[in-house]
Design a protein around this ligand. Sequence first.
Ligand code: AKG
Ligand code: FE2
Length: 298
Amino acid sequence: MFYLNQLDKPFAAEITGLDLGKPLNDEIFKAIYAAWMKHPVLVFRDQSFDVNDHQAFAERFGKLKPRLRKNGQQGATASDNPDVMYVSNIKENGVLIGTSPNGALNFHSDSSFDEIPSKAGLLYGMEIPTIGGDTLFVDMCQVYESLSQEMKDFIADKWVTNIHLPSLPLDPTQTQEERIRTARKAVHPMVISHPESGLPILYVNRHQTYKINGITKAESDPILERFFELVDSPKIRYSHKWRKGDLVVWDNRRTQHGRSDFDPNQRRLLRRFAVFCDASPKPYHTETLNSRPQLELA
Ligand SMILES: O=C(O)CCC(=O)C(=O)O
Ligand SMILES: [Fe+2]
């Protein structure tokens, strides 16, 4: 059927011997999905599929989530297909053809600033710099389990406000207050339950979590920093060193990802589809279920 090889972290695995450009029967897809539940980062090697094959495979995981940026915006993907997105530093006619063009990226879970974030990300390597630009993954179930009982108790009933500040050159005519006011935002539990496995997941990230609700931003910042430092620890990450033709599929509920720095003079091009979650992330501690609070910015 295919070969599965666990990578240097058990939550990541590599699949070989499978051509995703060919029709995939339900039995094989079921086996892939079951493998993905065990290893929430799956790397499919040596794929040479086009955008339609890529999209068709993404649709097996659920309904596609359209890209954020509209045509004409800086970093938007110039395509009539609203679902495809490029991650790239390449410019055509002086305009970036994709998003997240430069340097390192902080750990995040895609679209955690939306009420219904994405369930899966499917990123395909097309042009790869010779050094750096690795995508870094962390298992947030593992991070949750590593917390002291005291920390687990503290976050059990907490919610956070997440906001989207893009990893693009910011509009210099806007103040930071305006950027925050107009950004996309959502409130989510600090500990969510994986919709399929029921496992607890620490759901805060350095890139998008603005504050813990119910306390001041000044009180929240140092507490969040403690969690972010755990996620940043190089020991727990799987660093994906891209090869052209890799497709990486991550469970965006259970994992976070970031990126290491790379030479801005080298071209980097990846194509991505994202798949919607079925619903808003649910708290792991269900006693807080009926009390989804308001956004908080101060
Ligand atoms: O450029 C990368 O390696 C990751 C980009 C990213 O965060 C994404 O595609 O969601
Ligand atoms: Fe991302």
